[in-house]
Design a protein around this ligand. Structure first.
Ligand code: SF4
Ligand code: SF4
Length: 438
């Protein structure tokens, strides 16, 4: 079978009922950022589903335009929240991108090199990512970044490279392994034994959020297991058509965190959690892992979800700090995992915190994995819309539960000179516990 045929057969292997379920009602259209921006049917969920169906039926070839269309989709899953028929667009999207990759229709030497370096090398072994992170840290800590930015040398670079350089995140002095012991005992009575996933980008840029999460879990009766040398969850690979690599990482994580041994396996990043809860989808045909993957999916919990389910230890009303906070929802937490109330409940449980609702709180901020790198125009337009909405609330703090969005908001604020704090809800909770303990 040639590559194009085998890619089409992957599309055909989609449970046909998934594609057929769409009744073309169009209720998803107003919730889709790419359709809203362009008003073109093919940039809508309904249009994309029709394209997938046409290829699976053999009425259309798998073309470059189709492949590009699937990469123009943010994968934000807002359409799944609006759809009355319950169409599993997440599956359609992942299979379509995997088919596009398998067909090789988008191949170019530049694209091949970038994908090899990021998806196949850097994010397959966290030690490599953290090593690159350490180099960046040196570059920033020694003042070289400031020096180069101030010297005007950057202006000699092409505009796109200048833009990418300005998006480089600040690398913290310590990664999760330097902040969190392998075993953190529960504070007070031990009620649960949980495992903590420290992530890849999360570990590299937001290790302090991981430390705060472990602290909050311990405060809530959990003994927390946080091994060093963890692996990426594989969402980057799954969303970018690399199913084989996503499977390798899923097996690695199941081996490192045997689901039978924990009451829950905790993720604090909405994008990762949404992928991590579907390992069975990737390993269903692997007799050695299928059953454990199904158990893994059941044990996987987002931190907000877990705290709401087990009952949050109240924060004593001591050293209360009045603060106004607005909340931007991560697409994959809100639409992918349907977790919308729990983060708000958590924020409202912090004494002195006033939660100001953000207009369009569940509208994508343009981060969408690496979308802000691959589709800068659309990503910037979405970032702009989000920052204006945040500004409109007047809140000096914006909370969000996903590393990609946090970074997108930090960069958005930097570019617009907005003096706002961008923070994970769990960090605000950890700070409240600390204040109350003084
Ligand atoms: S995932 Fe987002 S961008 Fe893609 S079709 Fe659905 S709503 Fe539109
Ligand atoms: S809302 Fe669901 S059924 Fe209706 S067009 Fe969109 S995907 Fe199809």
């Amino acid at each position: 079978m040639n590559t194009a045929n085998s890619a089409i057969s992957r599309l055909k292997s989609l449970d046909y009922s998934v594609v057929q379920q769409c009744m073309h009602c169009g209720l998803c259209l107003p919730t889709c950022p790419t359709y809203t921006a362009t008003k073109m049917e093919r940039h809508s969920p309904r249009g994309r589903i029709s394209l997938v169906r046409a290829i699976a039926d053999g009425r259309m070839d798998l073309t470059k335009t189709f492949a590009e269309e699937m990469y123009f989709c943010l994968g934000c899953l807002a359409c799944t929240s609006a759809c009355p028929a319950g169409v599993n667009y997440a599956e359609i999207f992942e299979v379509a991108r995997a088919s596009a990759e398998e067909s090789g229709i988008l191949k170019s030497p530049k694209r091949k090199l970038i994908r090899w370096f990021t998806v196949k090398w850097l994010f397959m072994d966290l030690r490599r990512l953290l090593f690159v992170g350490k180099l960046m840290r040196f570059y920033q800590a020694l003042g070289l970044q400031k020096l180069l930015r101030g010297s005007g040398v950057m202006k000699l670079l092409p505009a796109r490279l200048q833009e990418l350089e300005s998006m480089t995140p600040d690398i913290p002095a310590k990664f999760s392994a330097g902040l969190i012991p392998v075993i953190t005992p529960a504070r007070g009575k031990k009620r649960f034994r949980v495992a903590m996933l420290t992530g890849c980008a999360q570990d590299l840029i937001f290790s302090e959020i991981n430390r705060d999460t472990v602290e909050v879990l311990a405060q809530n009766g959990c003994e927390v297991y946080t091994p060093h040398n963890q692996s990426c969850c594989g969402s980057l690979h799954g969303h970018n058509g690399e199913w084989g690599l996503a499977q390798v990482l899923a097996r690695r994580n199941i081996d490192q965190f045997p689901p039978e041994e924990f009451d829950a396996i905790i993720s604090n990043a909405g994008g990762c959690g949404s992928h991590l809860k579907h390992y069975h989808q990737f390993l269903a045909d692997d007799p050695a892992y299928a059953e454990r993957a199904a158990l893994w999916d059941l044990k996987l919990k987002d931190v907000h979800e877990w705290l709401a389910r087990t009952g949050l230890t109240p924060v004593p009303a001591r050293n209360v700090m009045p603060q106004k906070v607005t909340y931007h929802e991560s697409c994959h937490l809100a639409h992918g995992q349907k977790i919308t109330l729990e983060p708000r409940q958590l924020l409202r449980a912090i004494p002195g915190l006033e939660l100001i609702e953000l207009p369009e709180s569940n509208w994508c901020c343009g981060s969408a994995g690496i979308y802000n790198l691959t589709q800068p125009e659309m990503a910037n337009a979405l970032q702009d819309r989000k920052m204006k909405n945040i500004q409109g609330t007047g809140a000096p703090i914006v909370a969000n539960g996903n590393s990609g969005c946090l970074l997108q908001l930090i960069n958005g604020a930097k570019q617009r000179n907005m003096k706002i704090r961008v923070v994970h809800p769990v960090t605000l909770l950890a700070e409240a516990y600390r204040r109350a303990a003084v």
